[in-house]
Design a binder for this molecule. Structure first.
Ligand code: SAM
Length: 272
């Protein structure tokens, strides 16, 4: 039986963030109140089939086309923690062989929904991004990893696994949160009139909030981790990647802090 949020966050034993976040994302899909759970329409897929497409990695900013391989047709693409019926189906319509890997059965079901509706083929794999053991070494040309490691407790295994499953010359596109936003806490997302520095980095809901705050500020949302740039950028370099491009974008959600700094960063990395 699925545990309730109250039981999960107040349990005496340590919280399993992956199990908590799986249920939290499934609930977001059921509610349909998070834009990253809403599948693309038929028009987007029809245009993608004709070569007219774009995808977002951070915020609402299209990925620069020179970050992507010139031709997608026949390339093996892993959409990592990228469910929701968005980028995976678009890349499949553009000709890629897409595998969608995600921790939420409902987010993967959104990818399948579009695939079945549009006659596309997408492999879906359920799991934690830190363990891609279900995927063979050197089996992908491109990994598309949008802003989702904010829900993952540690990143070194993610970068190691990405390196393992990519072919030589393969490309990893990763989006992630600007950790600095987290010093103001979740309070700054709720229309606070002033910004107060509350938290030392690296921030995590589970270590920086009391149970009362968790209930009030997190509620039934997924648990978050700020990480550090050393984990994001240093971690990719440590895994063996060469970073070839960097970008940033506005955080479009309600956040006073985000008015003063970019909310998202993105890297393009290559397995040499
Ligand atoms: C913001 S959504 C990303 C999907 C969206 N298509 C996008 O463009 O950003 C974050 C995704 O990360 C997934 N996720 C969270 N924790 C995960 C984990 N540990 N392993 C794999 N996926 C995870 C969630 O289930 C969710 O689908």
């Amino acid at each position: 039986m699925a545990r309730t949020r109250k039981e999960t966050l107040n349990a005496a034993k340590p919280v399993d963030p992956v199990a908590h976040n799986r249920e939290a994302w499934d609930r977001q899909v059921a509610r349909g109140d998070n834009e990253w759970t809403l599948p693309v329409g038929a028009g987007v897929i029809a245009r993608a089939r004709k070569g007219d497409w774009s995808i977002v990695l951070i915020g609402h900013k299209p990925v620069p086309r020179n970050w992507l391989p010139k031709k997608l047709k026949g390339l093996d693409v892993l959409c990592l923690a990228s469910g929701g019926g968005q980028q995976g189906p678009v890349l499949a319509a553009a000709g890629a062989n897409v595998t969608a890997f995600d921790n939420s059965p409902s987010q993967l079901a959104q990818d399948r929904l579009v695939a079945e509706r549009e006659g596309l083929h997408i492999e879906t794999v359920l799991g934690d991004m830190r363990d891609l053991g279900a995927l063979k070494a050197r089996s992908f040309d491109l990994i598309f990893h949008p802003v989702s490691n904010v829900y993952c407790p540690d990143l070194a295994p993610v970068w190691r696994e990405c390196f393992r499953v990519l072919r030589k010359g393969g490309v990893l596109l990763a989006g992630f949160m600007n950790p600095d936003l987290f010093i103001f806490g979740r309070e700054a997302e709720d229309g606070d009139a002033t910004l107060v520095v509350r938290h030392a980095l690296p921030y995590a809901d589970l270590t920086h909030l009391s149970k009362t705050q968790l209930k009030a500020l997190v509620g039934d949302q997924p648990l978050e981790y700020s990480h550090l740039l050393s984990e994001q950028i240093g971690g990719q370099l440590e895994a063996g990647f060469v970073i070839t491009a960097f970008d940033e974008a506005e955080y479009h959600a309600e956040s006073l802090a985000a008015k003063y700094m970019p909310g998202y960063f993105a890297t393009r990395a290559v397995k040499p």
